[in-house]
Design a protein around this ligand. Structure first.
Ligand code: NIG
Ligand code: FE
Length: 413
């Protein structure tokens, strides 16, 4: 039996292939194939085109999805910033915030991230793995096929390594591709006695060698903010990571500007958050390799303004959109809903929002994903609609009915 699978017909097949990585996009630029089909062999896309033509040319292929009604196919979504390996919960933070306490005040009084660190350290590997797999499954149900997952709730050598190992283990057990990122530099943990510089030094000298030896991840992150790490110490840390061939991303400009400029200057792969980025930084993103990542779920969770996405795109930034799913600032974990709301408030075209959660998000991870092209691994989200605009128009309520990942077609019906 041939391993060829022909998916379609799709009323609209949107490949996102060869779209520019930077700047604004008009919907007319979307590469739409009407009545399209995708041929998949051994988990890879081997042909894209008119469904009937592909069917005639490949009589030995297994037909899938024929007669399933109007369908729109887009690349599997890429969530390029999450913190979904955690234990415990933080509804009390949310209650304090809606009563007027700020995120930074809660952190300063010893709560916030530190609470999740305590719960995560106390959880077994099994508990962490189960929680992570459950969240990965939720991502899969909204069409996400690649998700970045940060550590950052261990904040000592043993627990940071344990979390990264759990993420790698989960990656073997879920159809999604999970991309681990080392966020040992989330905050200086309460039990570390000594200056921030000493803590970062330990991460480089004691934790990184094990990460390298066990090949636990190729990316690292630092939270640059009041109460976390300042520009000077972050600058040194970023360079040390880059000397170790790590891709570096930065939690930047969430409450105060500065981190994003540092990320751009150091050619980091992305600068994420940007709710309080300034005009000069917006300009500095133009045509740079540092992707500007908006995290609308954090704005919604904290009741804050959104990142200035319209301005970033008009200034030729590469804009990606991610969920930031975490138990503190962004507990919702629904990228489709969040990207739709961001698009409505920042006036993003459908193509800009879609690029933000597919090809441009993949660029933030420096991965070949978020596009459907000949030679790519098959990762496709299929929605029960005849028009791609409906995906965002329904603001997250229209879910995919199938997610194709390599050799599998997972039904969500
Ligand atoms: O991206 N701002 C820093 N880190 C996370 C929140 C982590 C937490 O509150 O648990 C963020 O918003
Ligand atoms: Fe984050």
């Amino acid at each position: 039996m041939s391993d060829k699978k022909l998916y379609g017909p799709f009323t609209q097949l949107i490949t996102m292939h060869a779209l520019p990585l930077h700047g604004s996009l008009k919907d007319e630029e979307l590469p739409v194939t009407e009545y399209g089909g995708v041929l998949v062999e051994n988990g890879y896309v081997t042909a894209i085109g008119n469904f009937d033509t592909l069917k005639d040319e490949n009589p030995d292929s297994k037909m899938l999805l024929e007669g399933k009604g109007p369908l729109t196919a887009i690349p599997g979504l890429v969530d390029c910033h999450t913190h979904i390996c955690w234990a415990g919960e933080r509804s009390k933070d949310y209650a304090m915030r809606v009563e007027g306490k700020t995120y930074l005040e809660i952190a300063k009084s010893g709560g916030g991230i530190a609470d999740t660190v305590e719960a995560t350290r106390n959880a077994s590997d099994e508990e962490l793995l189960t929680g992570l797999l459950e969240r990965a499954d939720r991502l899969l149900k909204i069409g996400i096929t690649v998700a970045e997952v940060k550590s950052g709730y261990g904040l000592n050598k043993e627990d940071e390594l344990r979390i990264l190992r759990v993420i790698n283990k989960a990656n073997e057990q879920t159809p999604l591709e999970l991309v681990p990122t080392f966020l040992g530099a989330h905050i200086k943990p309460k039990d570390f006695i000594g200056p921030h510089e000493d803590y970062l030094k330990i991460l480089i000298e004691e934790v990184m060698p094990v990460i390298k030896k066990e090949e636990l991840c190729e990316r690292a992150d630092i939270f640059v903010e009041e109460g976390a790490f300042d520009i000077k110490m972050a600058d040194k840390y970023i360079r040390s990571l880059q000397d170790l061939d790590m891709q570096v991303t930065v939690h930047a400009d969430q409450f105060h500007p500065g981190g994003a400029k540092l990320a751009i200057r150091n050619k980091c792969v992305s600068a994420d958050h940007l709710e309080n980025t300034d005009a000069e930084t917006i300009e500095a993103f133009a045509n740079r390799e540092t992707v500007a990542v908006a995290l609308p779920g954090a704005s919604l969770g904290l009741g804050m303004q959104q990142a200035p996405c319209r301005k970033l795109l008009d200034n030729d930034a590469c804009l990606a959109i991610a969920s930031d799913w975490n138990p503190g600032s962004a507990p919702m974990g629904d990228l489709l809903t969040q990207a739709s709301i961001l698009g409505a408030s920042e006036k993003l075209s459908i193509s800009e929002t879609l690029a933000g959660v597919t090809c441009r998000a993949a660029f933030a991870l420096r991965m070949d994903a978020g596009v459907i092209h000949v030679g790519s691994r098959a990762r496709i989200a299929v929605f029960p609609t005849d028009d791609v605009r409906n995906i965002f128009y329904h603001q997250g309520q229209l879910k995919p009915i199938y997610t194709i990942i390599e050799n599998d077609c997972i039904s969500h019906g």
